[in-house]
Design a protein around this ligand. Sequence first.
Ligand code: NAP
Length: 497
Amino acid sequence: MLDKTATDWQALAGQLKFEGRAFINGRYADALSGRTRPSINPGNGDELVEVSVCSNEDAETAINGARSAFESGAWSKMAPVDRKMVLVRWAELIEKHADQLALLETLDVGKPISDTTNVDVPATVRTIRWSGEAIDKVYDEIPPTPADTLALVQRLPLGVVAAIVPWNFPLSTTAWKLAPSLATGNSVILKPASSTPLSALFIAGLASEAGLPDGVLQVLPGPGGSLGKYLATHMDIDGLTFTGSTPVGKMLMEYSGQSNLKRTFLELGGKSPNIVFADANLEKAAAMAAAAVFYNGGQTCTAGTRLIVEEKIQDRFLEMVTENAKGWMPGDPLDPSTAMGPMIDAAQCKTVAEYVDIGHREGAELLFGGKQTLEESGGYYYEPSIFGGVSNDMRIAQEEIFGPVMSVIPFKTTEEAVQIANDSIYGLAGAVWSNNINTAHKVAESVRVGTMGINNYFGGDITVPFGGFKQSGNGRDKSIHAFHDYTELKTTWIEFS
Ligand code: NAP
């Protein structure tokens, strides 16, 4: 994989076949209306393929097929050990097509090829394999009830689940939803983001090849505002799992209440604090402070966009962070040496530019970057950007920009660092850097987020749950805990005479 050059990847891209049709009842199919929209490569603005635009009629076909598959028991009542084998085969097939899939994701999303080959595809394989391997090791419960009674507490699949995912990690968020929902026996209808549907469509075909019965997995590309809403308000969908923005997440909770109270689990936005104390390993902290924001162009829910740094080292530390930022200048995503690719589209690039203007107007000081770049490529590239002199009440410290913009906020005391970190509507992730175990633990315990790193950023893997406090969501992706979001608890109470 990594022995390939940019020229090799470009040559492979020229031979790549794209599938843009929906995947319904075990086969690829055009939308019933015949409508399509182009999928665009954000690296150069070129069209990759026309993608089906599914509407309510397609959704009805998919929901009916998913319901029939569920009721048939072909998957929902299959022995966990057999479901395991299908998921493990699916993971193997994805692994077999790793290069192709990594390239597809790079072209559709603009992620650097080094990320898709090293992170997105391997994480997807591991998520599906791990969930498959786990499902026949999960036991139900027999509680300590009175004599002459026996209670069984079982976890049963919800039924038909709709999964709606975003464009920033299309493949891995898809895997985080599909692996546990399928492992627990549900039928699933996935709606990918309109701008990045290709990798989900690709792996759906591989799931069938691995032995997933028809109708158990449907992939419907189409607009969130209509198709997504239709799924979320549908009376015959039992569960809704979502990764995306907080405003859309709030709408989905309302849709659930307005329809059938479908179980609704949300993974939403963030404005994560990255707290650096003077006694930390500053070299490592500076490198990771840059990576925490600039990885994936800042289009990461857990991005450490608020760098909260002890005032007495602020100037020295910012020089170190700025030096690291130079290693994140954007470039061609097909070049294996590129660390940061383009923004997903022109609109996102414009949003980032607008927030940089807001930062200027609020009186923050731009220390690095602050411009769109590589415009001649036809893609949507923005420089890594750092604002100093930020106070936590500024919009650039409170609002999710979803671009490569860091806001640096100084603190004097541990209490102040924690107070700044928690002064946010979000609570997704964060980190603290200190070589004093007491300080590190005290801060980690006090910051209200779902995942906290001590002397690392982006730590974790499939074995640990992932999700947010506050307006960063509810529910948890990954680990055995993810199984809970896709199952109902059922009690059977037995009395002996
Ligand atoms: P988004 O605008 O909320 O869209 C996410 C998905 O929801 C897309 O598939 C979208 O479809 C669909 N959608 C939009 N409006 C809808 C509606 N009214 N009803 C039903 N579905 C609707 O988010 P995004 O811009 O794609 O992604 C970025 C956001 O995701 C950021 O806030 C980021 O923090 C968050 N995120 C969170 C996590 C996490 O695990 N916490 C992980 C990754 C990303 P269209 O594409 O057709 O609009």
